[in-house]
Write a protein that binds this ligand. Structure first.
Ligand SMILES: Nc1ncnc2c1ncn2[C@@H]1O[C@H](COP(=O)(O)OP(=O)(O)OP(=O)(O)O)[C@@H](O)[C@H]1O
Ligand SMILES: [Zn+2]
Length: 821
């Protein structure tokens, strides 16, 4: 009987694909194994087996698979279910989900290559350019598309290759290679004939005049002494140790050739062994103890518990207590964190407790490292994983607890590309499926989660005191209008803030300055003709980066150098307008020349260890002030910080989005929470033009519940989440009119189906043009109680197909973002 498999392919097509298994593999393949298959004419891909059966596909002849990559599953049945659930809910394909779920190390890369056709003998058919291209091919054997592209420069590569294929001059083929490479180290030991003290000594003598070889042997014996040789020789030593001892390479090689030494390879972990002091006993404070007990108690009746603990209350220690309990009961635990900046300090603390049993999974790790964590979870070597967003896709088999730290963080939501999933929400789904519990933690819970806790769907545990004797900081609003009138501003600093910073430097305390904008200045402006440089692909101004001497588009990355004179009128008076982190850093250095200033933002943290270095330096070094974007707002815990300054609070609050109040409250409360986390009470100074603002007032009072109560009324009145779900549709095209027209057609059809009041827009995107494409946005607001969300999504799916198959709208792209944040 023929055997067929259904597979998920990493493509945006919403279906499984059927392939045929060769007989000799029929017994070996299992659901959850990877196969290599050909898709389309010449693409080779890694696919995932989801079903094995005997039914040939009806609509197409099934191709044979090319290769079976595993004989044991690397993906569990629960994961396959999860991929499909995420695809359904977030309106994308299982292939797209699989694509983000599997670390690239588990996906083979297929590279298209170009080769000379040895049977081709008609040089006269070729153009000059083709001839010289063929010369390269003959010389190089084969080259990749990329290399060809580089060779041809401006030429249209596809057209060029097509012509050569038509003339039968070249062959295109796919080279497939698996990316994951286990880390191997070479080991060395004495042949067992010599592995006693007597024999080893005889050997030493017999080497006679070969001094260099004697040296090698002596070195070996200094690492494994004679009296331990019989027990320890078997294990051997790392070859590297001999190399480090600078013994002669050729002498060592000679000894190996003679069979006196044996060399072999072992596979090792890429993760350094961590110094764990599992003896570090934490003594929870009575309040923490009570919180932990309450959480455990609630887990007997609730699947999800929200842990609202104010900044500095010691949530991490409570988490640790609960993680230990879950691990003791024999289940796996996942600890989700929003971003790397945050992971640094917390991961260090968790490592100290859990050591090697803990896996760490984040995007800054190499492919190989990620595969090792994946396999470690699969083999249950890691019972506990700390990771970012994508770690919800790891192959857990026995998950008992998921903790989502800083659950309000919007970076849990993937923005681009699909799947546009929210890791917190997927975690809750996954936990439900695996009968695990979820603990959501935050000092500033999201409106959604707090609402669920208020209505009794989630359990709620509050911890309202800081650990130790620490108190919440004193938060003050600085009225910038008054300072401006009184002319007491220095650059963009209020006199109040500058004085406080100066005082802090004198007292050897540290300050954190938060400005949610990187670069030196948001734009340049010619004083004479008012010229402002814009990105030529996006409708935004170019941000001035002073150190790099460039103007950069923060949307598409386009950059150009800073002009010395205005290109429009030639005036040399071109000024930077506005304030970014780089400028604040510069100005602080100028105002306080003796102070140490560090900056933490996207630009200073591009390398793998940059966060660690900045945080480490701030912790120990002579640094007085840390300036940063939202990276400095979360999770950081320093002893000596007792001043926090906030720039441009108004900008955060007035952002045109129904969530801006919530965001501003969260961000400012979180950054304020970095101040005064030990004995001394901290101070927070918020610069604003509008001190009467509602959100700021709640921040000053550290009144989360008050803020929630006022905000939830607005949400209900305007039917925003948590009372509704929002599906955002972004319609894009290079032709502005076409994008707008398509958006209008789509909006109209959805209005007809759902009613006018449920559809907002289309409106121009906040940034109307990005990478040369015009954006129009439609929002669907779907009440949670009333609407059949599945049916609505199904209808939308059909309408989307309907729309883009209309000839006119062929080029139009529609991005669907379910639960847009
Ligand atoms: N039981 C404890 N024993 C010793 N130190 C503790 C204990 N609980 C908390 N701490 C210390 O108190 C400080 C604050 O704790 P932690 O960073 O966990 O607060 P948090 O609730 O996560 O705050 P945030 O939400 O602001 O990040 C840390 O330095 C932590 O080591
Ligand atoms: Zn741009």
């Amino acid at each position: 009987m023929d055997v067929f498999i259904d597979v998920i392919l990493p493509v945006p097509i919403p279906q499984f694909f059927t392939y045929r298994l060769p007989r000799h593999l029929a017994e070996l393949a299992k659901v959850g194994c990877r196969v290599v298959v050909e898709f389309g004419k010449s693409r080779v891909m890694t696919a995932l087996v989801v079903k094995i059966h005997g039914n040939p596909p009806e609509k197409y002849p099934a191709k044979y698979i090319q290769e079976l990559l595993d004989t044991e599953p690397v993906v569990t049945p629960t994961q396959i279910w999860l991929f499909q659930w995420v695809a359904e809910y977030y309106m994308c394909t299982a292939g797209e989900v699989m694509n983000v779920a599997l670390p690239s190390g588990l996906k083979i890369s297929s590279q298209s290559k170009i080769q000379y056709n040895p049977d081709f003998h008609h040089d006269e058919l070729l153009t000059d350019l083709e001839k010289s291209f063929m010369d390269v091919l003959i010389r190089e054997d084969s080259i990749s598309y990329e290399e060809a592209g580089r060779l041809l420069g401006e030429q249209d590569l596809n057209k060029f290759l097509k012509s050569l294929v038509a003339k039968h001059a070249i062959i295109l083929f796919e080279e497939v290679n698996e990316r994951y490479k286990p880390k191997l180290i070479k080991k060395i030991r004495l042949h067992s004939d010599y592995a006693t003290d007597e024999n080893a000594l005889m050997l030493l003598e017999s080497l006679g005049k070969a001094k260099k070889q004697q040296e090698v042997l002596l070195k070996y014996l200094s690492i494994i002494p004679l009296d331990q040789l019989s027990e320890k020789n078997e294990e051997g030593i790392d070859k590297q140790r001999l190399k480090e001892a600078e013994v002669s390479d050729s002498a060592l090689a000679a000894l190996i050739t003679k069979g006196i030494f044996e060399q072999w390879e072992v596979q090792v972990s890429r993760f350094d062994s961590l110094e764990s002091d599992s003896l570090r006993e934490i003594q929870l404070s009575p309040a923490q103890e009570a919180a932990s007990d309450q959480i455990m108690g609630l887990f007997s009746t609730k699947d999800v518990v929200l842990f609202h603990g104010i900044t500095g209350s010691g949530k991490t220690e409570v988490y640790i207590d609960i993680i230990k309990k879950a691990l003791d009961s024999g289940t796996q635990v996942l600890f989700l964190l929003p971003e790397i900046a945050l992971t640094t300090q917390i991961v260090r603390r968790l490592k100290r407790v859990f050591g090697d049993t803990m896996g760490i999974y984040h995007s800054r790790f190499s492919d190989n490292e990620r595969v090792e964590v994946w396999r470690g979870v699969l083999d249950q070597k890691f019972q506990f994983v700390v990771g970012v967003r994508s770690s919800i896709f790891l192959p857990f088999s026995n998950l008992g607890l998921i903790i989502v730290d800083e659950e309000h963080e919007s970076s849990y939501k993937q923005f681009d590309p699909a799947p546009r999933y929210h890791a917190r929400d997927v975690a809750i789904m996954l936990a439900l499926k695996m009968k695990a519990r979820v603990l959501l933690g935050s000092a500033t819970p999201s409106m959604e989660s707090f609402y669920q806790a208020q209505t009794g769907k989630y359990g709620l545990v509050s911890l309202k005191e800081r650990f130790g004797n620490a108190q919440l900081p004193h938060i003050r609003l600085v009225n910038m209008r008054v300072e401006r009138e009184k002319k007491t501003l220095t650059k963009e600093f209020s006199s109040v803030l500058l004085e406080a910073i100066g005082q802090n430097i004198e007292n050897k305390k540290q300050s954190i300055i938060f400005q949610n904008r990187r670069g030196y200045a948001p734009y340049l402006n010619c004083q004479q003709c008012n010229w402002i440089p814009h990105c030529n692909q996006c409708s935004v101004t170019l941000t001035h980066h002073l150190n790099a001497r460039t103007l950069i588009c923060h949307y598409c990355g386009y950059s150009e150098s800073v002009p010395r004179v205005c290109p429009a009128c030639g005036s040399p008076h071109v000024r930077s307008v506005g304030v970014g982190t780089e400028r604040i850093e510069d100005d602080l250095r100028e105002i306080f020349p003796e102070a140490g200033v560090l900056r933490m933002d996207l630009d200073t943290t591009r390398t793998k260890n940059a966060y660690e270095n900045i945080i480490g330096e701030f912790e120990t070094g002579e640094v007085d002030i840390l300036v940063g974007t939202q990276m400095v707002t979360k999770g950081l815990d320093f002893d000596r910080v007792n001043l926090v300054g906030v720039f441009n609070a108004d900008k955060l609050i007035n952002f045109p989005d129904f969530r801006s109040g919530e965001r501003a409250f969260q961000l400012i409360t979180q950054v304020s929470g970095r101040a005064g986390r030990r004995e001394e009470k901290g101070i927070v100074l918020i610069q604003t033009n509008n001190p009467a603002n509602r959100v700021l007032q709640y921040i000053v009072d550290s009144d989360y519940e008050g803020f929630y109560a006022s905000e939830i009324k607005e949400r209900e009145a305007y039917n925003y989440p948590p009372f509704s779900r929002i599906i955002e549709l972004t319609v894009k095209d290079v032709d502005r009119n076409l994008a707008q027209e398509a958006a209008e057609v789509l909006a109209k059809r959805m209005k007809d189906y759902l009613g006018e009041q449920r559809i907002l827009g289309p409106e121009r995107g906040l940034v109307e043009r990005i990478r040369n494409k015009f954006h129009f946005v439609i929002w669907m607001k779907l009440e949670k109680e009333k609407m059949n969300i599945q049916a609505t999504k199904q209808y939308l799916r059909e309408e989307l197909v309907h729309l883009i198959t209309e000839k006119k709208f062929k080029s139009v792209q529609v991005v669907v973002n379910v639960d847009a944040v």
